[in-house]
Ligand binder design. Structure first.
Ligand code: URA
Length: 243
């Protein structure tokens, strides 16, 4: 697609239209090593890499699909109240272009969370009807046996739920660690299911969404990355149940 450079810059989160025009007229924007100083310049967006201030390279992206390894003590809400929001871990242009978390993790839960500015993607990944499987590693407060995993797979009764809720899979990794896969995202679901089964969740990490694992992304806590096409495909592929 061909667009004027001021519109392109705005779409990529570099500020208001006025601010983007100023960046151009100030000589801060170059493409292929050439400074563009007229904001009316029309540019092809396919394969475009924008250089800002002679140093930062920004490949053009029609939409952003990203993943973050959420650290503890960050909130996923867009208006966080007690802790910093996870969006503060992203570069400013991504916040400007309205990238948002896909679903929520509790402030003390760590691990894989997706971020995007594509409304259809956010809806497909987070709507309960789509049953996107999500896998968590829970650290248990009390040592458990396989009986705990079996109970979670058979279903446990949560307060305010009409019927017992079952995990898609549950596997005791060792007496203090349980891997559990759910296809719903009810409020505090893992913690409430563990409590209903007589244990307590001491710590929780989301380790996979669909077939995309946190370990495959090699992100330290607090780090994020853009998702490749293959990684987006993995989101919708069968998760590994360990069976
Ligand atoms: N279940 C929980 O209890 N907390 C989360 O953050 C995610 C799933």
């Amino acid at each position: 697609m061909k667009l004027a450079i001021d519109r392109i810059l705005q779409s990529q989160g570099f500020g208001t239209r006025k601010g983007c025009r100023e960046l151009v007229t100030d000589g801060d924007v170059s493409i292929n090593g050439e400074v563009i100083d007229d904001w009316r310049t029309v540019v092809e967006t396919d394969g475009l890499v924008i250089t800002l201030f002679g140093e930062e390279d920004w490949p053009y992206r029609a939409q952003v699909y990203a993943a973050l390894n959420k650290p503890p003590n960050y909130e996923c809400s867009r208006k966080p109240s007690h802790h910093p929001g996870i969006l503060t871990l992203l570069p400013e242009p991504l916040r400007w272009r309205d990238v948002q978390p896909v679903g929520r993790l509790d402030h003390d839960t760590t691990g894989l969370i997706l971020l995007s500015d594509d409304g259809a993607f956010i809806h497909a990944q987070s709507h309960p009807r789509h049953h996107q499987p999500k896998t968590y590693l829970a650290t248990l407060a009390e040592p458990a046996t396989q009986a705990l995993a079996d109970e979670l797979q058979s279903g446990v009764q949560l307060h305010d739920e009409p019927a017992p809720i079952a995990a898609l899979s549950a596997r005791l990794v060792d007496p203090l660690h349980l891997e559990i896969m759910l296809d719903q995202g009810k409020y505090h679901q893992v913690k409430r299911m563990l409590a209903a089964a007589g244990n307590h969740c001491a710590a929780l990490t989301r380790v996979a969404i669909g077939g995309l694992t946190l370990s495959s992304l090699n992100l330290a806590e607090g780090e994020w990355c853009y998702l490749t096409e293959a990684q987006i495909v993995a989101l919708n592929s069968e998760p590994d149940t360990g069976a």
